[in-house]
Design a protein around this ligand. Structure first.
Ligand code: FES
Length: 84
């Protein structure tokens, strides 16, 4: 099981984290990954303070540079690798 955490803190919310959650849900459906990927909300993981994009972790590893615009592409690759 791949664990994906997305920050639901206010700074990330303003930058579109709720849209990323919706995009990710679509992605999981598209690839039939729903049973293989657990999606969870998280409190602030300090990505906002470090200016590293949205707060996102996959299996505990922070993924830097994710924005609402590129989230789908980056997460698709990262999850595919995590599922190997
Ligand atoms: S509010 Fe999301 S990392 Fe800080």
């Amino acid at each position: 099981m791949v664990n994906v955490e997305i920050c639901i803190g206010s700074a990330c919310y303003v930058k579109g984290s709720s849209q990323v959650v919706n995009d990710l849900k679509d992605l999981l459906k598209q690839h039939s990954w729903e049973d293989k990927v657990a999606l969870r909300g998280s409190f602030c993981m300090k990505a906002c303070q470090e200016k590293k994009g949205l707060g996102i972790r996959i299996n505990g590893k922070k993924i830097d540079g994710v924005t609402a615009a590129n989230a789908r592409e980056i997460l698709e690759k990262e999850i595919a690798v995590a599922l190997l």
